[in-house]
Design a protein around this ligand. Structure first.
Ligand code: DHK
Length: 146
């Protein structure tokens, strides 16, 4: 059994009520339940967290070093701005998958660039919250435990 950390960035606490035409009606609790079920199915432990603060996300990624086997992260708006989150992920030895609920490439041009895609094992965008399940499948496969 491995430990998969699932980190969520700013405004994802508002899922379900925030721009539902873009992000859907599922809440962050629904995302957590989906992830818990998928991790249970695959025999992995899960840690699921959300913060609106860049520093929290950097600290959690650092704390995952040596403890977690893989990371699934939706850095939300920090995807497009944060070298600090990229640097923290660079220092994490295991696989990580970047997830976006929406298809960022079909949206405003400032969402087309990601600071983390270039070092991610995989990137999933536009699949709705199901993308988290695909991301967990992917890290499980990379860990060789699928
Ligand atoms: C979530 C956000 O909050 C945006 O800032 C990103 C991402 C897209 C998502 O689709 O999950 O641009």
């Amino acid at each position: 059994m491995g430990l998969i950390c699932i980190f969520n960035g700013p405004n994802l606490n508002l899922l379900g009520t925030r721009e539902p035409e873009i992000y859907g009606r599922d809440t962050l609790d629904d995302v957590e339940s989906l992830c818990a079920e998928k991790c249970r199915e695959l025999g992995h432990a899960m840690r699921f967290m959300q913060s609106n603060s860049e520093g929290d996300l950097v600290t959690w990624i650092q704390e995952a070093r040596g403890k977690a086997d893989a990371i699934v992260i939706n850095p939300a708006a920090y995807t497009h701005t944060s070298i600090a989150i990229r640097d923290a992920l660079s220092a994490f030895a295991g696989p990580f998958v970047e997830v976006h609920i929406s298809n960022v490439h079909a949206r405003e041009s400032f969402r087309h660039h990601s600071y983390v895609s270039g070092i991610a094992s995989a990137v999933i965008a536009g699949c709705g919250i199901a993308g988290y399940g695909y991301a967990i499948d992917t890290v499980a496969r990379l860990l060789g435990h699928d």
